[in-house]
Design a protein around this ligand. Structure first.
Ligand SMILES: Nc1ncnc2c1ncn2[C@@H]1O[C@H](COP(=O)(O)OP(=O)(O)O)[C@@H](O)[C@H]1O
Ligand SMILES: [Mg+2]
Length: 287
């Protein structure tokens, strides 16, 4: 299974716990997860169910005293349980990237957005300073930011929330990742901007063929974008299936309750039909 060429990510028995003053908090308790190449898997569940911690642990972003264990962790045909820290660092940020819920906290407030994009490129590729900067400007244009050469010199606080999230998406897509982990990437944005940022993310996804692990509590969004849905509750996966199956025949009462909490969820639509497959417009509708 792990060596199936269509399978991009396989995790078996992932567990994450935190040593706190109140004692050991088991945030993730034996999660199995598979993501196929190019697939959009939505990780859903109520607040505190362990979605973000699952995403962070895959990105290697759980720091001690947090503890991450797994029986198996395969990515792109490689056994990451046997990979060195260096190999994993080379992968993370390049082949696996992440878009965070709060772009303001994920970006460095003291550095221009252009230099932050360029830095990610330079960490992973032998690229000259000027070349990396030019690529950063190109990326800003690709994510729909007008006057990208100008905007590249802006600091995060000088940009709107929507533009900051576009910058995060530029960073996440800079090195054509095979897997993008997006943790509630539109939750912090105005409603009008949310749809634009989603469109952008999935236009880029269609363009590059990246798989997306999309973390959300918004079942309305899930209906629009998911191929498959994984439902978490209290650190465990309680149900998973194709998006139609989850919406039309949820087996668990918990999943039914999540669905019932969202009024007027449309029936899942074919993502290919729903979201444009056209290349991203260079400067359209910058929020
Ligand atoms: N650094 C941490 N230290 C202690 N507990 C944590 C830490 N990060 C997350 N948790 C706990 O892990 C559980 C899962 O959190 P999280 O993955 O953020 O939930 P979700 O993203 O599904 O809302 C929660 O109970 C949370 O309080
Ligand atoms: Mg979360």
């Amino acid at each position: 299974m792990s060596r199936d060429p269509d399978t991009l990510l396989t995790v078996r028995n992932l567990a994450v716990s935190f040593d706190t003053r109140q004692g050991l908090v088991a945030a993730v308790k034996g999660v199995d997860l598979t993501v196929r190449r190019g697939e959009v898997v939505c990780l859903v569940g109520e607040s505190g169910s362990g979605k973000s911690v699952t995403g962070f642990s895959l990105m290697g972003l759980v720091d001690p005293p947090g503890r991450v264990t797994a029986d198996e962790l395969w990515f792109d045909g490689r056994d990451l349980m046997r990979a060195s820290d260096r190999e994993k660092d080379a992968l993370r940020g390049k082949d696996i990237s992440m878009v965070f819920q709060e772009p303001m906290t994920a970006l460095n407030p003291g550095r221009t957005v252009g230099s932050q994009i360029a830095e990610v490129i330079r960490i992973h590729e032998r690229t000259g300073r000027e070349q990396a900067w030019n690529r950063a400007v190109d990326l800003l244009q690709r994510v729909g930011i007008r006057e990208p050469a100008q905007r590249a010199k802006a600091y995060p606080h000088e940009l709107s929330g929507g533009m900051r999230q576009r910058v995060m998406i530029a960073i996440a897509c800079a090195l054509t990742p095979k897997l993008i982990i997006a943790d509630e990437p539109t939750t912090a944005l105005d409603v009008t901007v949310q749809a634009q940022v989603l469109e952008l993310l999935f236009a880029l996804q269609a363009e590059t063929g990246a798989a997306v692990l999309f973390i959300t509590h918004d079942l309305g969004v899930v209906a629009e974008i998911a191929d498959r849905v994984v439902v978490m509750q209290a650190g465990r996966v309680v149900e998973e299936g194709g998006v139609r199956q989850i919406f039309e025949q949820p087996r668990q009462a918990y999943t039914q309750a999540l669905l019932a909490a969202v009024p007027d969820v449309d029936a899942p639509r074919d993502r290919a039909r729903r979201l444009s497959r056209q290349p991203v417009l260079s400067a359209g509708g910058t929020p």
